[in-house]
Ligand binder design. Structure first.
Ligand SMILES: NC(=O)c1ccc[n+]([C@@H]2O[C@H](COP(=O)([O-])OP(=O)(O)OC[C@H]3O[C@@H](n4cnc5c(N)ncnc54)[C@H](O)[C@@H]3O)[C@@H](O)[C@H]2O)c1
Length: 250
C-alpha cells in the first residue's frame, strides 16, 4: 500500500484502533503524528514505533477543544511541511441507558468528542489541504452510524453524523484532489469494547451470536482498511463507508 513518506495525523491514537492504525502506517513507511488526549499513552505508541525503526511523533490534543485541534494541525505542518492524511479516530463509548433515561451531560460529552471533534479536525485539516492542493480524510465511524443502536442514543447520533459529514464533505471537495471516506467497524477488541463487556458481561454471548463470523474484529484488521483508504491505491474512492463487522450488518 503506497503511503510511504506521507505525513499522517491520527487522533485518539494512544489505544485501540488508533494505536493499531498508527503502527500500520509506520510499518508502511508513513510519518505518523500520534495524537491523544493522554500524552503518556501517545508517547508509548511513538516509542513502540521507534523501536521498530518507524517514524512517529506525539502531540497531545483533546479533539473537543478547537484550540487543541488547531495546535495539532499547525504544529504538524510547521514540523513536517505538509499534511497528507488525517484519521479522525478519537471517540468515546456508549452510556447504555435508554433515551428517556439519558443524562444531558453524557449526551454533551459524547457529541463533543465523537461529532464536534471530527468536525473541528475536518475543518482545520481541510484549510491546509486546500492550501497545498491535496489531502485525505479517513473518519472512524461505526456500525452504529449505519444501523440502529438501542440504549446508545448519543453514540448513535454522533456516528450517523460522522457518516453524514463524510459524504457531504466528499462532495464539497471532490474536484479539489481531497478525498473523504469512513470506516465503520463492528464490535472490535479494544478498551471501548471492554468497557461495554465489563458493564454487562452477559453481552459477550449476545454480541457474538449476532456476528456471523462469531468473533470480534481485531484492531489490526480495521487499521489495514484505514491505511488502504489513505493510500494511493484508492484514488477514485470518495464519500464511502467501508464496513468491517464480520458480517453483522447482513
Ligand atoms: N471498539 C469497537 O468495537 C468500535 C466499534 C466501532 C467504532 N469504534 C470507534 O473507533 C474509535 C476508536 O475506539 P477504540 O475502540 O479504539 O477505543 P479506545 O478507548 O481503545 O481508544 C480511544 C482513544 O481515544 C482517546 N480519546 C478519548 N477522548 C479523546 C479526546 N477528547 N481527544 C483525543 N483523544 C481522545 C483515548 O484516550 C483513547 O486512547 C472510536 O471513534 C470508536 O467509536 C470502535
Amino acid at each position: 500500500m503506497e503511503v510511504t513518506n506521507k505525513i499522517v495525523i491520527i487522533t485518539g491514537a494512544g489505544s485501540g484502533i488508533g494505536k493499531a492504525t498508527a503502527i500500520h502506517f509506520a510499518k508502511y513507511g508513513a510519518t505518523v503524528v500520534v495524537s491523544d488526549i493522554n500524552l503518556e499513552s501517545a508517547q508509548k505508541v511513538v516509542d513502540e514505533i521507534a523501536t521498530n525503526k518507524g517514524k512517529a511523533f506525539a502531540i497531545k490534543a483533546n479533539v473537543a477543544k478547537f484550540e487543541d485541534v488547531e495546535n495539532l494541525i499547525n504544529t504538524t505542518v510547521e514540523k513536517f511541511g505538509s499534511l497528507d492524511v488525517i484519521v479522525n479516530n478519537a471517540g468515546i463509548g456508549p452510556n447504555l441507558l435508554k433515551t428517556h433515561e439519558s443524562l444531558l451531560k453524557d449526551w454533551d460529552r459524547v457529541i463533543a468528542v465523537n461529532q464536534t471533534g471530527v468536525f473541528y479536525c475536518m475543518k482545520v485539516a481541510l484549510q491546509q489541504f486546500l492550501k497545498q492542493g491535496y489531502g485525505n480524510i479517513v473518519n472512524i465511524a461505526s456500525l452504529a452510524g449505519l444501523k440502529a443502536s438501542p440504549s446508545n442514543i448519543s453514540y448513535s447520533a454522533s456516528k450517523f453524523a460522522v457518516v453524514g459529514m463524510t459524504k457531504s464533505a466528499a462532495m464539497e471537495y471532490a474536484t479539489k484532489n481531497i478525498r473523504v471516506n469512513a470506516v465503520c467497524p463492528g464490535y472490535t477488541e479494544s478498551a471501548l469494547l471492554d468497557q461495554l463487556l465489563n458493564a454487562k458481561p452477559e453481552m459477550d454471548a449476545v454480541l457474538k451470536s449476532v456476528i456471523p463470523m462469531k468473533r470480534y474484529g481485531k484492531t489490526s484488521e480495521i487499521a489495514e482498511a484505514v491505511v488502504w483508504l489513505a493510500s494511493d491505491s484508492t484514488k477514485f474512492i470518495t464519500g464511502q463507508t467501508i464496513t468491517l463487522d464480520g458480517g453483522t450488518s447482513l
